[in-house]
Design a protein around this ligand. Structure first.
Ligand code: FE
Length: 333
């Protein structure tokens, strides 16, 4: 009798597991409408439900660490290669063996140990006042250190990962001495103490506070298409320069160390790299597709092509701490 009961229980559990809703839980610091649209498409096509939990990246990493084995998260999506590297170092991710991801993501845009993979690319570019600057005078990040731009350069704080990764890329490519020199000279040319975000630097050019700024490329597209007429007016004042070579950063993803739905999570990762979805990211948010088979949005194409820094992003991630040290040494607030 007891045996029968156990057998029935096992059978019931087995059958119910066959019909149980399959789920993938995503922790993400992206906050774009297109992301929910994409997850919905995945649900419709696979029957796998996508649960999304959004917070800023520090909160997500902390939560993952606290939850440890009990985390419901399968997939972590965060902005910036320094943070992805940090997540790996905190032992929050596990390697993924996916031929599809290997084939569709260039080698320099994924972790050597396959702990994280790029999802979208963003270029850190230079914008200038169309009224006051001759763009022919700026071809590289180095040109921002020229004394003639004293009191003209705008950039956000060094505490932000976008600048940390930019400087880390210089350390990787040209060495620590070069990076320190560059940062020190940029500080001497600043129009004001670093403040605000990337959009604020564009607003400051429009307001005449400075003439040249370092910003991420997608903000131009987002401001051009903004519902706020002031943003539209501000961005009309600036032109775009792709420094040669241009620093590229990523939004990336990794499978959490204690994922309980590994197979479906990897399926979702692969789905996000398909040309169809890569096109959606590119069109909606003016980011550059990671999958080389996909063309950027027409606005970005209209700005022309650019040469990317020839550097492995995993190395850039590793050098993030060194970049912080240099920023502190040179007084870049
Ligand atoms: Fe951003």
């Amino acid at each position: 009798m007891k045996k029968l009961l156990v057998l029935t229980t096992v059978l019931v559990l087995f059958i119910s597991s066959l019909f149980a809703q399959r789920v993938v839980t995503v922790y993400t610091d992206r906050h774009y409408e297109v992301d929910s649209e994409i997850f919905k498409m995945f649900e419709q096509r696979t029957g796998v439900k996508v649960n999304v939990f959004s917070a800023n990246s520090d909160q997500l990493l902390q939560r993952l660490a606290l939850e440890d084995k009990n985390t419901p998260a399968d997939l972590l999506i965060i902005v910036d290669v320094g943070r992805l590297h940090h997540a790996k170092r905190m032992n929050l991710l596990q390697p993924v063996n996916s031929e599809y991801l290997m084939r569709n993501i260039p080698e320099k845009l994924r972790d050597e140990g396959n702990h994280w993979f790029a999802l979208t690319k963003r270029a850190r570019i230079i914008v200038y006042s169309k009224k006051r600057v001759n763009p022919a005078e700026i071809k590289t990040y180095d040109d921002l250190t020229n004394q003639k731009w004293k009191g003209k350069v705008l950039v956000r704080s060094s505490t932000h990962v976008y600048n940390r990764s930019l400087l880390a890329s210089f350390i990787a490519l040209y060495g620590e001495e070069y990076a320190r020199n560059w940062a020190a000279k940029v500080v001497q040319n600043l129009a004001r103490d670093p403040s605000g975000n990337d959009r604020d630097q564009i607003r400051a050019i429009a307001a005449g506070i400075g003439d040249i700024a370092i910003v991420n490329s997608y903000y131009i597209g987002l401001m051009m298409n903004s519902k706020d007429p002031d943003e539209q007016a501000a961005v009309r004042e600036v032109g775009v320069i792709f420094p040669n070579p241009t620093h590229v950063n990523i939004t990336g993803m990794g499978l959490t160390r204690f994922s309980k739905n590994k197979e479906d999570a990897i399926k979702l990762m692969e789905f996000l790299l398909t040309p169809e979805i890569q096109r959606m990211y590119a069109e909606a948010n003016f980011e550059y597709p990671v999958n080389p088979a996909v063309k950027p949005a027409s606005l970005l194409v209209s700005w022309g092509t650019f040469v990317e820094q020839n550097v492995k992003l995993s190395l850039v991630g590793e050098l993030s701490d060194k970049a912080i040290m240099i920023f502190n040494q040179v007084g870049w607030k």
